[in-house]
Design a binder for this molecule. Structure first.
Ligand SMILES: Cc1cc2nc3c(=O)[nH]c(=O)nc-3n(C[C@H](O)[C@H](O)[C@H](O)COP(=O)(O)O)c2cc1C
Length: 412
């Protein structure tokens, strides 16, 4: 069957019919395990029945990446063929360590790797829902270019934008400061991608965060029965699962996001990770919280202040919606930490992440933002190193050098 699928792939169009493609079929379990290890974040490389590495020969080319376009056409032919034969297929650009894959396949330098198809029987617990698609009118125009404003994202001003000058690790046009984006642009950008939102447990654990989330949640105060808790902008819901598991059963939880698309993902994920409690979902438009005045007992802002177009306005609104007895629990990545230095030196040179642009905050800025409307009760510094550890400091100035600063505050 695999050979038939490959044969169907070869019927695809290619530039001048050159067919400069090559496909390496991998079915050996040990080699698939190695492929998954090299890929880093695609566990289906190991679980699938077969991997087909998509390669092309270099040396002949037409413009406009025509050789690459031809391989892509063949890959999609194979996906359709697999589908018609009752199998599932995932297209992956995320093959990970390219030179490792090259060694594993003994691929000569004159061939390039473009991706891999993972083919196999779909899991029986597959949710069977396609990720949402952008509305037709937002991506199609007639005769000339036209597109809604919020779907065009900020870029560093430049006369031309050279595609070949951009990579994931190095994008000279990326704008990391969310305050240079509008709320509508942030909402649109964050709304569609599925990486790290996958409802398969284990796909989305943050390596940077490690056990840090649990330490942030240690700041949650005692809550009376019936208390209302809200979480702000958790994107794929990593923090929602942890928060939902920490809260007493007799309080309610609302998740606030910028776009509806998050709600299904987070709900699926919570279900799969065994969160039994009901969760409400609500939209935040233009930075305004969707709650009545003085109605919320606890507002959790899990490393998302640094993702906001106007954090000052959101904290002012937080003071409006919190009860006088309510509490704010905020955490933020710290620019003046080893992580912050690494962010500035390496991460911020690349493409902004799928969960949107962010800029770690200086402690002074975080304190100014919070102190404007709140009185800080406790402040912890979490994480000695740039990634992973969750060592906590609760006193002293060294707290302000930790990877994450987490605090609890009450309205003034
Ligand atoms: C060029 C390309 C690269 C992709 N890379 C990956 C990948 O590395 N890992 C993965 O799980 N999915 C990958 N995908 C699959 C997309 O996430 C998927 O097509 C998208 O979320 C839409 O879902 P659907 O195809 O089920 O409709 C890739 C798809 C394309 C076309």
């Amino acid at each position: 069957m695999l050979l038939s699928i490959l044969r169907d792939g070869l019927e695809a169009p290619s530039s001048c019919n050159q067919q400069h493609w090559h496909f390496v079929l991998v079915t050996d379990d040990r080699q698939k395990a190695r492929a998954a290890e090299l890929a880093g974040g695609n566990p289906h490389f190991q679980d699938c029945a077969a991997l087909i590495y998509l390669c092309f020969q270099k040396g002949w080319t037409h413009d406009n990446f025509s050789v690459v376009q031809g391989v892509a056409a063949a890959a999609y032919h194979m996906m359709l063929s697999a589908h018609l034969r009752g199998l599932g297929a995932i297209w992956n650009a995320g093959i990970g360590d390219r030179s490792g894959v090259r060694d594993m396949l003994q691929l000569p330098e004159i061939f390039e790797l473009q991706g891999a198809l993972a083919i196999g029987h779909a899991r029986s617990e597959d949710i069977g829902r396609k990720p949402p698609r952008r509305p037709l009118e937002s991506v199609v125009s007639f005769d000339t270019f036209e597109r809604p404003e919020e779907t065009i994202y900020p870029a560093v001003p430049s006369k031309t934008y050279r595609f070949d000058a951009m990579s994931k690790a190095d994008n000279p046009y990326a704008v990391w400061d969310p305050q240079r984006w509008s709320w509508a642009q942030l909402a649109d950008y964050r709304a569609w991608s599925v990486w790290a939102k996958s409802p398969l447990p284990g796909v989305y654990t943050s390596r940077r965060q490690g056990q840090g989330t649990q330490k942030e949640l240690d700041l949650i105060p005692d809550l009376r029965p019936g208390a209302k808790v809200a979480e702000l902008m958790p994107w794929g819901g990593t923090s929602t699962v942890a928060l939902a598991n920490r809260l007493p059963a007799d309080v309610s939880l609302s998740v606030v996001e910028l776009h509806r698309n998050h709600f299904d993902f987070i709900a699926d994920r919570c279900r799969r990770e065994g969160v039994g409690r009901p969760i409400d979902y609500a939209l935040m438009v233009e930075g305004r919280l969707p709650f009545d005045d003085h109605s919320i007992d606890l507002l959790v802002v899990p490393q998302t202040l640094e993702h906001m177009a106007d954090p000052q306005a959101v904290l002012a609104d937080a003071a409006r919606v919190l009860k006088p007895s309510g509490r704010l629990v905020v955490s933020a990545r710290n620019l003046t930490s080893r992580y912050g230095a690494e962010w500035a030196r390496v991460e911020a040179k690349g493409q902004v992440p799928l969960q949107g642009p962010f800029t770690p905050l200086r402690p002074r800025r975080l304190l100014d933002l919070v102190n404007a409307r709140f009185e800080i009760e406790a402040l912890h510094g979490i994480g000695r190193t740039g990634s992973g550890d969750a060592d906590v400091l609760t006193e002293g100035s060294m707290r302000f050098r930790r990877r994450v600063i987490a605090l609890r505050a009450r309205p003034r």
